[in-house]
Ligand binder design. Sequence first.
Ligand SMILES: [Zn+2]
Ligand SMILES: [Zn+2]
Length: 253
Amino acid sequence: MKITFLGTGTSQGVPIIACNCIVCTSTNAKDKRLRTSVLIEVNGKSFVIDTGPDFRQQMLREEVKNVDAVIFTHEHKDHTAGFDDIRAFNFIHQKKMDVYASVRVQEAIRREFSYIFSDFKYPGIPEINLHLLENKLTSIHGVDFLPIEVMHYKLPVFGFRVGDFTYITDANFISDLEKEKIKGTKVLVLNALRKEPHLSHFTFDEAVKLVEEIRPEKAYFTHISHQLGLHDEVKKELPSTIELAYDGLKITI
Ligand SMILES: [Zn+2]
Ligand SMILES: [Zn+2]
C-alpha cells in the first residue's frame, strides 16, 4: 500500500492569503501546505480521501491518472470544495466516479453541488455513483475500509483504517470504543493543528499524547496551521516515532 499526502494544511492552507508571519513567508517547500487529503494506492486501485479546494492542483502535481473512488470524512468545505473537478476522470475514463459518504455528507453534497443531481443535466458536469457510508467495515473496490467515528467538536467525522494504515484528520475527541479500532495499526495519521487549544482539533500535545497511548510504529501529523510553526523547527520537538507530514510525502506500508 502506498500513501501520498496530497495536502497537509488546515482549512485556509499555508501560506494564508495576506499573512506575513514567518511560516507563511517561509521559502521551505515543507511549509507550503494545501488542504488536507491523501491518496491511497492498494491492490492496483486508487482512492482519494476528501476533495478539498486544492484537489485539481493535487491531482496534477502527483500526476494521478485514475481514481477508483472518493471517500469523504465530513462535509466541511476544506474537504469538499474541489469535488467538481472529479469530472476530469469521468471524461478520460468514460465512467462514473464512485463516491462514499455518510447520510449527512450526502445531504451537503446534494445541496452544495445541486446541479449534479438536477433532472436536466448540463453537459459535462460530474457523473457519480453515490454510495452510503455507515460506521461499519465497507469493501470499496475489494479493499476494506473501516470507518472510525471521531468527534470534531460536535460533528461526527469519519477516520479510516485500511489494513495497517489509519487516517484521522479532523478530531479533538475519540471514544474508547472507536479507539479500539485503531489499536495495532502500524501507521497512524493524526491531526495536530497548533500548540494553543482549539475547539475542534487536537493540539500538538494532545496528538503526541494520543500517539503515545495508541503506540503505532510510526505516526504522522497533518491538518497543520501556520500557527504550529516552521516545519524544520517543530520536527525537532517530536519523538523519533512521529513525523510532521508535508505535501508530497509518500510512504509505503
Ligand atoms: Zn478540515
Ligand atoms: Zn501566517
